[in-house]
Write a protein that binds this ligand. Structure first.
Ligand code: NAP
Length: 335
């Protein structure tokens, strides 16, 4: 059986996911698209044999021709479409964020629980990255003993002028927020944000770099650097310090060059290339799970937890204080 997928939002990542679903991956076909930008939706659909354009995301979700939904529209629109998919009983892959407020994420959690089925997957693709998976296995196998500290960094060469301080948390560090919690299977209890001296490459609306300090329930301390004008490349680093050893996220594969009296490897420039394989694995897994009607990747509770943590990081960044991270009790549905 081919999973008939409808995609809402045909912007940058929407087009990428459509190309994956339609060409690269197996078991799915894109049968429907919708976007507020109807012209763009028409253009995208024209390249997909048999695909229909729907006037609204809601109409797409309701169509009997659509088995499952991918939401890649802008963040503030996610809640509406995810709730519509749950109501229709259709599996839905929603790009991060699940919703732009913790309250909205909670409404999704409650709706999913009420439906009695696991239908929602959030686009936290790092959980599907080969390096992160190897690192998690090392930790889970007890090779380094109990984790005590994590040192990590998220560096981009540059960002557009419209990128401002809050985006360092909600668009960038959000990936660490989810990946690190998953990596060590521990929830956060507080956040603090430190602001070192700004790089000369930033502007008045962006503190860059920042350091986010997180503490977990079991007492693990995390320091996460976000430096989005680092100039030299897109570089994701993560080192987990345990009682018996230290485990480090592997570097992406690159030819080791001996030339001109130097030993060197390439550093990627583009986040899309860094995680290209993980997006493929993520969506291929989702197709397989959606076909049997219950998804099993990062779930609505993970989306909610990430939203609450991001809110605390923002509060900490704006006040300079340590912000507690307080969530509802995890429902048994997400045990
Ligand atoms: P984008 O290029 O702006 O695309 C979003 C598209 O949604 C645009 O075509 C936009 O149309 C359309 N849209 C806006 N409101 C809509 C509505 N109510 N109904 C249907 N379509 C609507 O943004 P993007 O970079 O692709 O990002 C989309 C989402 O993916 C964001 O939530 C982003 O955080 C997430 N994302 C995740 C990753 C990751 O690594 N997991 C990477 C990139 C993006 P207009 O342009 O006309 O408004």
């Amino acid at each position: 059986m081919t999973l008939k997928v409808g995609v809402i939002g045909v912007g940058m990542i929407g087009k990428e996911h459509i190309a994956r679903l339609a060409v690269k991956l197996v078991g799915a076909s894109v049968v429907a698209v919708a976007d507020v930008n109807a012209k763009e939706a028409e253009k995208v659909a024209a390249a997909l044999p048999g695909a229909k354009v729907f006037p609204t995301g809601e109409a797409l979700v309701a169509s009997p021709d659509v088995d499952a939904v991918v939401v890649t529209s802008s963040g503030p629109t996610h809640e509406t479409y995810v709730l519509a998919a749950i109501k229709a009983g259709k599996p839905v892959f929603c790009e991060k964020p699940l919703a732009t407020t913790a309250e909205a994420c909670l409404r999704i959690v409650e709706a999913e629980i009420a439906s009695g089925r696991h239908l929602v997957q959030v686009g936290f693709q790092r959980r599907y990255d080969r390096g992160y998976r190897a690192l998690k296995k090392t930790i889970d196998d007890g090779v380094i003993g109990a984790p005590l500290m994590i040192h990590c960094a998220h560096r981009n060469p540059t960002v557009p002028e419209a990128y401002v301080s809050d985006m360092a948390i909600v668009d960038t560090f959000i990936h660490e927020i989810d990946a690190l919690r998953w990596l060590i299977g521990d929830d956060y209890v507080s956040a603090q944000v430190l602001k070192p001296r700004n790089t000369k490459h930033t502007h008045s609306k962006l503190d860059d770099p920042i350091i986010v300090l997180l503490a977990t329930k079991s007492g693990v301390r995390i320091d996460g650097e976000v430096f989005v004008n680092c100039r030299y490349g897109y570089d994701i680093r993560c080192e987990v310090v345990g009682e018996e050893g230290v485990a480090t996220l592997p570097e992406p594969e690159s030819v080791v060059l001996r030339k001109g009296a130097k030993l060197s490897t390439e550093i990627m420039q583009d986040w899309k290339l860094r995680f290209i394989d993980s997006y493929d694995v993520e969506l291929q897994d989702w197709i397989a799970a959606a076909k049997v009607g219950a998804v099993n990747g990062p779930n609505a509770w993970d989306g909610y937890f990430a939203a609450v943590t991001a809110d605390a990081c923002l509060r900490a960044m704006h006040t300079g204080e340590i912000a507690p991270i307080v969530t509802q009790t995890r429902p048994a549905f997400y045990a």
